[in-house]
Write a protein that binds this ligand. Structure first.
Ligand SMILES: Nc1nc2c(ncn2[C@@H]2O[C@H](COP(=O)(O)OP(=O)(O)OP(=O)(O)O)[C@@H](O)[C@H]2O)c(=O)[nH]1
Ligand SMILES: [Mg+2]
Length: 292
């Protein structure tokens, strides 16, 4: 949800339909609501409602269609355009949406994305602008405690936000995390990451170094997705990826039906062939036992 031109269809197309950031310039305004269903992590079906943000549609969502639009919502993603002409009217619309959500889906989770952050190149100013939104939004939504992310289709910030969103939707996440950590320790890997196959969003990661944060892997998501699009434009298929130097070896391989795995080992004694054999050995376990 969000005003026309905020970037809703662009982000959906980047994450779920292999668009590049450049391709989004061709998108027209969304007419009414565009429904799509994507399979995610095996059994999970995501029903995405991309609600066109032109005034006439917004009026309709908040009035005649309110129960249809705001009923049975699991997650509402509200997209603010950083460059909006009138922040007050934007906040008003946001309040109206959350008020309807409070009536029809009070258990929904709300994420607010302050989008087009690339328009503010200076990192300090970026953070200051985001903080303004955080403070304003914290005052407004007492029923929902929205998480606020700064995003842009031009960098990995969009992958960061969407990975957080879908992470919460995968039902058996804690079991997957436990098994991944076991795999990591058994194979002496320093870092292991699972990516969803189609979107390349980070599903979960395990690392020996607790100071590593998820954003490190978002750059990998963005890079691989971009590289994979380039491969398919050249009618080639991306298979796997390997780097080896004196400090570490890194491997990205297809893993289960719905995931890719990234394994980093820092022990020079461990040959990449051994890591590959370990990945193969774990494949069936993750696929059959965890159904992913
Ligand atoms: N600079 C910049 N432009 C963006 C970004 N995301 C989207 N855009 C541009 O914003 C324009 C509008 O994007 P859309 O995705 O069609 O907007 P929308 O929210 O779906 O609009 P409606 O369908 O009318 O509600 C497009 O030209 C995109 O290329 C971003 O992160 N940064
Ligand atoms: Mg749209």
């Amino acid at each position: 949800m969000g005003r026309s031109g905020a970037g809703k269809t662009s982000m959906r197309s980047l994450i779920f339909s292999n668009y590049s950031a450049h391709d989004t310039r061709r998108l027209g305004a969304t007419i009414d609501v565009e429904h799509s269903t994507v399979q995610f992590m095996g059994e999970l079906s995501l029903n995405i409602w991309d609600c066109g943000g032109q005034h006439k549609y917004l009026e309709n969502y908040l009035n005649e269609q309110r129960e249809n639009i705001f009923g049975n919502v699991e997650v509402l993603i509200y997209v603010f355009d950083l460059e909006t002409a009138s922040r007050e009217s934007e906040y008003q619309l946001y309040d109206d949406c959350l008020q309807k959500l409070g009536i029809y889906s009070k258990d929904a989770k709300v994420y607010t994305l302050v989008h087009k952050m690339d328009k503010v190149p200076d990192p300090e100013q970026k953070e200051a602008r985001l903080e303004l939104y955080r403070q304003a939004l914290a005052k407004r939504s007492d029923l929902f405690k929205p998480e606020v992310f700064g995003t842009s289709i031009w960098d990995h910030s969009l992958y960061h936000a969407w990975s957080q969103i879908v992470h919460r939707l995968v039902p058996n996440m804690s079991t997957i995390e436990r098994h991944l950590e076991k795999f990591r320790t058994l194979t002496d890997a320093s870092e292991v990451v699972l990516f969803e196959r189609a979107t390349f969003l980070v599903v979960c990661y395990m690392t020996a170094d607790m100071s590593i944060t998820q954003s490190k892997y978002m750059t990998v998501s963005q890079a691989i997705k971009t590289y994979r699009n380039k491969c398919s434009a050249a009618q080639l298929t991306f298979q796997s990826f390997e780097i080896r130097n004196k400090n570490y070896s890194l491997l990205i391989e297809p893993f289960t039906k719905s995931t890719y795995i990234l394994v980093i080992t820092s022990d020079p004694e461990i040959e990449p062939a051994v890591t590959k054999a370990n990945v193969k050995a774990a494949q069936l376990h993750f696929q059959d036992k965890l159904m992913i």
